[in-house]
Design a protein around this ligand. Sequence first.
Ligand SMILES: Nc1ncnc2c1ncn2[C@@H]1O[C@H](COP(=O)(O)OP(=O)(O)OP(=O)(O)O)[C@@H](O)[C@H]1O
Ligand SMILES: [Mg+2]
Length: 276
Amino acid sequence: MLRFEQVSFRYETTRIIQEVSFEIRPGEFVALLGENGAGKSTLCRLGNGLLKPSSGTVYLQGRDTKTIKTSMAARSVGYLFQNPDQQICQNTVREEIRFGLEYALSDTEDLAAEKERRCKEMLDLFALDGSRAPFGMSRGERQQVALASVLARRPPLLILDEPTTGLDYRECMTIMGIIARLHQEGTTILMISHDMEVVADFAEQGLVLSQGRLIGKGPIKDIIKNPALLNEASLLPAQIPALALALGPGFEAVYTVDEMYALVEHLKGGGHDRSA
Ligand SMILES: Nc1ncnc2c1ncn2[C@@H]1O[C@H](COP(=O)(O)OP(=O)(O)OP(=O)(O)O)[C@@H](O)[C@H]1O
Ligand SMILES: [Mg+2]
């Protein structure tokens, strides 16, 4: 789905991404982790073809991003900007969602009807009022409008640059619930997040970036239990793995991290099922 091969990128003279290689397979949910300024947003823009590598190659669905048009890349990748205001440009929610569909539908479809169908689908999914003006809405609502506009195109690969930053708990769970459902239905996801609880709960694989270098990749459950790696990337572990690590290897022999999550969910009286 998305493959980086020895990719480096520089803004003028400063190297931002350094010889990064990884592959995201269809259907995977991958978290991209790293401290502020590590190069995460830059890496995402290389992934959706907005930026081209200074050296190395990015393959999007098997094709070199240097050889495909940005409009073609936009059909394969849904990209949620770190700041929703960078992508919202229309006066109403409905127009914004329809704008996202402008070049996404093929000419063979009944365009007007299909646009209307998809627009309604997104308004229902996010429980949004199509007549409202995005700029009068809260940050969390604008984030949902931006995501609705991206999802209306039904991209096979979603790249989400901090989709939950600045949201309250309820807004965060609404957005992550929708993302988790899309993943279950087969959408491939690359998500940047600073929230290690969200990452631990939703992602399967992880990539760890530090000063433009990829210093770790693998199953997320191994990454969040690796204090040396988290420390090198200046990341704080999620609370439960942190507790397990603090309690030491003897404790891990009694309870695995997954069992501790199950125990916490049990004590909370249910909550969402991590194995679902
Ligand atoms: N247009 C640009 N020109 C020059 N340098 C840039 C540009 N955009 C970003 N940078 C620099 O590239 C580095 C990586 O930036 P990037 O936004 O990719 O990091 P990030 O990991 O997404 O950070 P954050 O967590 O703050 O969003 C930073 O040092 C930043 O200052
Ligand atoms: Mg960023």
